[in-house]
Ligand binder design. Structure first.
Ligand code: ADE
Ligand code: ZN
Length: 340
C-alpha cells in the first residue's frame, strides 16, 4: 500500500479512543469564548499567545497550564460545550467509540458541583450517540498529587451517578505519587462495581507499573512506556494481555520520547504487547486520533496490518460488553477487508 493510500486508510478507519482527558481537549478558541462568557480573565492576551505557551519540558509543566485552563469551566453548559466540541472533532475522524476521562477534583476543589460537571458531559454523550452514533464511557480519574482522603471524598460524591461511570482512574503528577498511595480507594471502588485503570510508567519507573498491577487491580495501563525497561514486566504484560493506552504525540510534547522516530509503539507490538493509539490531551499536544496514528505510521513505517492490529486492540480493550465489541469489530473487519 502506498503512503497516500495508507493515510486514507487510517483517516477513514473506524476507531476507538481509550485515553482522553476531556479537560485536555479544551481548544484555546473555546477557552477564550467560555472565559469571556464567565467574565474570567485568562493570563494570556490572545489565542496565539496561549498557544505559544504550549512548550513543555516535562509532565508538570504541562499540568500547570492544563489546570489553569480548566479553571474557566463553571457551568453545565461549559462542560457540555467542551465535550461536544470533542465529539464533533472525533466524528470527523471516524472515531466510533471513546472512553473519556474527567478529573472531578479539578472542578469540585473550586466549588463547582460534581453534578454540574457530570450533567454537562452526560448531555453531550447523549447528543453524540443520537447525532453521530458514537458510543462512549466515562472514567473518573483521581488526582494523584492530592491525598487518598480527597479521592475517597470524590468517590462518595460520584455515587449518585455511579451508573454513568464505567471506571476510576489515576492521573496527574506521577513521580513521587506511586499507585499504592491509592490502594484503599481503588479497592473500595472495585467493591462498588467500578473497573480501574491508572497512569503508570509515563514518567515514573517500571516499578510503578508493577505497583499499579499489584495494588490497583487495573484492567488497562495508561501509557506504560517505561515498562520496556524491565524485561520481566514486558513478558508479564504480554502473557496477561494487559492493554497499554499509548499516546505518541503526548510522549513527544512531554519529552518522554525524544523524537517520533524513536517512539516505542512498534517495539511494543513486536514484543507481543497489547498497545493502542490515543490522543491524551489533543488540544495541547498537536493532534487527535488521526494525527497520532499518522505520526507513528509515517515515522516507524507501520504497515496496514500494524494499524489494523492497534485498532483491533482498542476495541478489545474497551469497556464495552462482548456483544457491543463484536459489533464494532465487525465494522472494523469489514472496512479492512474492503480495503484489500
Ligand atoms: N492529566 C492529563 N493529562 C495527563 C497525563 N498525560 N499524565 C498524567 N496526568 C494527566
Ligand atoms: Zn493521560
Amino acid at each position: 500500500m502506498n503512503t497516500n493510500n495508507l493515510h486514507q486508510f487510517i483517516e477513514n478507519m473506524p476507531k476507538a479512543e481509550l485515553h482522553l482527558h476531556i479537560e485536555g481537549s479544551f481548544e484555546p478558541e473555546l477557552m477564550f469564548k467560555i472565559a469571556d462568557r464567565n467574565k474570567i480573565k485568562i493570563k494570556y492576551n490572545s489565542v496565539e499567545e496561549l498557544k505559544a505557551a504550549y512548550q513543555f519540558n516535562n509532565l508538570q509543566e504541562f499540568l500547570d497550564i492544563y489546570y489553569a485552563g480548566a479553571n474557566v469551566l463553571q457551568t453545565e453548559e461549559d462542560y457540555y460545550d467542551l465535550t461536544m466540541a470533542y465529539f464533533y472533532k472525533i466524528n470527523e475522524q471516524n472515531v466510533i467509540h471513546t472512553e473519556i476521562m474527567f478529573d472531578p477534583q479539578t472542578h469540585t476543589d473550586r466549588g463547582i458541583e460534581f453534578l454540574t460537571v457530570i450533567n454537562g458531559i452526560k448531555s453531550a454523550q447523549d447528543k453524540a450517540k443520537e447525532e453521530f452514533g458514537i458510543t462512549s464511557k466515562l472514567i473518573m480519574s483521581f488526582l494523584r498529587h492530592l491525598d487518598e482522603d480527597s479521592a475517597f471524598k470524590t468517590l462518595e460524591q460520584s455515587l449518585p451517578f455511579k451508573n454513568l461511570i464505567a471506571a476510576v482512574g489515576l492521573d496527574s503528577s506521577e513521580l513521587g505519587n506511586p499507585p499504592s498511595k491509592f490502594k484503599n480507594v481503588f479497592s473500595q471502588s472495585i467493591k462498588l462495581g467500578f473497573k480501574t485503570v491508572a497512569h503508570a510508567g509515563e514518567e515514573g519507573p517500571a516499578e510503578y507499573v508493577w505497583d499499579a498491577l499489584n495494588n490497583l487491580s487495573i484492567s488497562r495501563i495508561d501509557h506504560g512506556n517505561k515498562s520496556l525497561d524491565d524485561e520481566r514486566l514486558v513478558n508479564h504484560l504480554a502473557e496477561e494481555k494487559m492493554p497499554l493506552t499509548v499516546c505518541p504525540l503526548s510522549n513527544i510534547k512531554l519529552c518522554n520520547v525524544d523524537k517520533i522516530e524513536n517512539h516505542p509503539i512498534k517495539a511494543m507490538l513486536n514484543k507481543g504487547l497489547v498497545a493502542t493509539v490515543n490522543s491524551d490531551d489533543p488540544a495541547y499536544f498537536g493532534g487527535y486520533m488521526n494525527e497520532n496514528y499518522l505520526a507513528v505510521t509515517e515515522a516507524l513505517n507501520l504497515t496496514k496490518e500494524d494499524v489494523y492490529q492497534l485498532t483491533l486492540n482498542s476495541f478489545n480493550a474497551s469497556f464495552l460488553n462482548e456483544d457491543e465489541k463484536s459489533t464494532l469489530i465487525t465494522k472494523l473487519d469489514n472496512y479492512f477487508e474492503s480495503s484489500k
